[in-house]
Design a protein around this ligand. Structure first.
Ligand code: NOJ
Length: 716
């Protein structure tokens, strides 16, 4: 008998259910604290995993109890939300997605894993892979944006980074953590952008938009998956047999652990699909949920469910087996303390990590508009730094920074002061982030009047994005509009920075400012990263991973729309548009300027006709027209012109980067597997339909900048 068989044979029902029970440590300002009774429950084998506990001493103390003071000595899983860094906080995922750089995505996950494992963590609740087209939903900050293809690349990179797939030891490596892809699935389609609300999505949308990133995570070997809190079409994801069992387990072949979201099994009662905890526990177990995070539903409900015949002991055993297998894969039975004993990360390593955070930060910044005011002239002597986000240390970290330390974050003010030692930088916040007191505006105007240039730092607080942070009106909160209007009214050149976890509705400000940048929440090195871009030390290269609406009334807005029978036509009222606003966004998906100017030409493919098994090589020439060396991300979209099901006007099939010196030109190459042009047919089975396809290549999804080429798919 192998270890797991032996353990299962020796376990009591209570011990089996204990392995399926995950309990949270609360946290106080000084660190994690345990609810009374937790140690005793671990000793009795009633807890198999913990969350929100970190610090090697804290973790090891409890691991000691699990390993040495329980009947069977089974080690604990220690789970933690490492969504954008652990101690060294990196840019929020939406920002990092803007880098369109899978290697960077992987590296930041790798470094986060190294720090988290040094803190005793062996399981992270990341990556978050929810595609969303709704900036009202605060959790847009935590994921890769609106596009499923980007979501797939993000999933693969993050799983590799966390699980250290590069190392020969794989998950047993002391510096590897088990990744949890979440929140399965279509959580980003929550009704009206309201967190935890129901979603009503078609099977086609699931197949085309919401499932692909999870399929990619499974293929990459992701150890765990977390179902979302919400329901799809009346079936809560925590009890969704067709998606969890039929799709995830059978079709995608996922063999890892399914971990409920916090209290989600018990919440099946609120959803109205279970009358008591026994029914809730049975529904979740039947759907394949192995671990109950903090719901108490398995510990309280499973014994009764078993007695009533709602679940079988075989189903419980299968879940326990999956949990024990994960502990085995993590090497916890051989050495349960391997992760917490690495000691504090060496100083040099943490310096390098900060350097990576700075690099990630500047690669995440998107230059939205610029009339040539940026980069800042080296001769500037008097700068006014205005706005509530200019000196907002804690906000720079963003929404998931539990183990991070706000004291380590660099503010925009500090970053600029370090980068421009010869300039005098006067600072006035003007207003607070969300308050309505405008008494500070006068002081801001005062410093603005005498400055050569104004840098206006606006945006949200970190807590306004992330979980439970939906906003019906995702604009600038409080009196920031009043501040912006007053400052823009001075007639001075204004550069506006937007710190936020989502695209904010800022059309008017965008029109009045000389340059506008999306600076998101960039983590510990925010201030330096921003200064690098403003001064031109780093030539911005970020591109929007999400369409930026003009107004909230346009939501949901995304580039991969299907064609209308009556496409928008300004001269024809009976076409698909608004009476009060254009249909186009403020900024297209993929938009992002550089201090260089790139031109593209000569789009070509190695084949005019192809079959399903073929690969196309698509090339185009890019010229850097100057004046600086720079990097451009180029997007390859496809459109199936005539198909049995109307296909989106644009579908992303690849991205490519090219770095060019001024006046240098180069060629970018895309490899496109013809199979990627297949889609779910009318019966939802994947089909490859012969006929004409349009390939569209360019710097963003803005149709005006795309080069086009027709190719033809042949049968077979
Ligand atoms: C609830 C959140 O939805 C999820 O993303 C997170 O991992 C858990 N809480 C644990 O903190």
């Amino acid at each position: 008998m192998n270890r797991i068989d032996k353990l299962l044979a020796a376990m009591t029902l209570e011990e089996k259910i204990g392995q399926l029970n995950m309990i949270a440590a609360g946290y106080a300002i000084t660190g994690p604290v345990l609810a009374s009774g937790t140690e005793e429950d671990i000793r009795a084998g009633r807890i198999g995993s913990l969350l929100n506990l970190w610090g090697s001493a804290n973790v090891n103390a409890l691991q000691q109890i699990a390993v040495h003071n329980t009947r069977l000595g089974i080690p604990l899983l220690i789970g933690f939300d490492v969504v954008h860094g652990h101690k060294t906080i990196f840019p929020i995922p939406l920002a990092e997605a803007a880098s369109f750089d899978p290697l960077l995505w992987e590296q930041s996950a790798r470094e986060a894993a190294i720090e988290a494992t040094a803190d005793g963590v062996n399981l992270v609740f990341a990556p978050m892979l929810d595609i969303t087209r709704d900036p009202r939903w605060g959790r847009i900050a935590e994921g890769p944006g609106e596009d499923p293809w980007v979501g797939e690349q993000f999933a693969k990179a993050k799983v590799r980074g966390f699980q250290d797939a590069g190392s020969a030891q794989g998950l047993t490596d002391a510096r590897a953590v088990a990744a949890t892809a979440k929140h399965f699935c279509a959580y980003g389609a929550a009704l009206a952008g309201r967190d935890y609300a129901s979603a009503d999505v078609s099977d086609r949308q699931l197949l085309e938009i919401y499932l692909p990133p999870f399929a990619a995570a499974v293929t990459a070997g992701c150890a765990a998956i977390m179902p979302a809190f919400h329901d799809i079409d009346g079936v809560p994801m925590t009890a969704h047999v067709p998606l969890l069992q039929d799709w995830l387990r059978r079709k995608a072949g996922f063999e890892g652990v399914i971990i409920s979201d916090y209290n989600a099994i018990a919440e099946l009662l609120h959803h109205g699909i279970a009358a008591d905890l026994a029914e809730a526990a049975a529904s979740a177990l039947q759907a394949g949920v192995d671990i109950d995070m903090m719901g108490g539903a398995y510990s309280q409900g499973l014994p009764a469910a078993l007695a009533r015949g709602l679940v079988s002991i075989e189903a419980i055993d299968a879940a326990v087996r999956r949990v024990l297998s994960l502990k085995e894969r993590l090497g916890l039975f051989e050495d349960p303390f391997r992760r917490g004993s690495a000691g504090a990360p060496a100083c040099r390593a943490s310096m390098a990590r900060r350097e990576l955070a700075r690099e990630a930060g500047r690669r995440s910044i998107v230059l939205l508009t610029n009339d040539g005011t940026l980069p800042l002239s080296r001769n500037l002597r008097h700068i006014a730094l205005i706005g509530p986000l200019a000196d907002a240390r804690a906000e720079m970290l963003g929404p998931w920074a539990l183990a991070g330390n706000a004291a380590n974050a660099v503010t925009i003010q500090e970053g600029l002061a370090a980068a421009l030692p010869n300039a005098e930088i006067a600072f006035a916040p003007g207003v607070t982030i969300a308050g309505d007191d405008t008494s500070g505006v006068a002081a801001a105007l005062e410093i603005g009047r005498t400055a050569e240039i104004i840098i206006l730092c606006l945006g949200e607080a970190a807590a306004m994005s992330g979980e439970a942070a939906s906003r019906a009106n995702p604009g600038l909160p409080g009196a920031q509009h009043a501040l912006a209007n007053a400052i823009l009214g001075l007639g001075k050149p204004v550069v506006t920075l937007i710190s936020s976890g989502r695209p904010l509705m800022i059309s008017k400000i965008a029109a009045g400012t000389k340059a506008l940048l999306a600076t998101w929440f960039l983590g510990v090195e925010a201030g330096h990263a921003i200064a690098d871009v403003l001064t031109g030390k780093f030539n911005p290269a970020g591109k929007l991973p999400v369409t930026w609406p003009r107004e909230v009334g346009q939501v949901p807005i995304f580039y991969a729309e299907r064609p209308s029978g009556r496409p928008a036509n300004p001269d024809d009222p009976y076409t698909s548009k608004y009476l009060d606003m254009p249909v186009t966004p403020l900024f297209f998906f993929g938009h992002g300027l550089s201090y260089s100017r790139f031109s593209m030409s000569n789009l070509r493919a190695d084949k005019a006709e192809f079959r399903r098994a073929d690969e196309l090589i698509i090339e185009l020439d890019v010229l850097n027209e100057g004046p600086s060396a720079g990097e451009e991300t180029i997007f390859l979209f496809a459109r199936d012109l005539v198909a049995s099901v109307a296909r989106p006007l644009l579908e992303l099939k690849g991205t490519c980067k090219i770095a060019l010196a001024p006046r240098e030109s180069g060629t970018v190459h895309f490899r496109l597997a013809a199979e990627a042009l297949a889609f779910p047919g009318r019966d939802l089975a994947r089909v490859f339909e012969p006929g004409e396809f349009l390939l569209l290549v360019g710097p963003s999804a803005d149709p005006r900048g795309l080069l086009k080429l027709k190719v033809r798919a042949l049968p077979g």
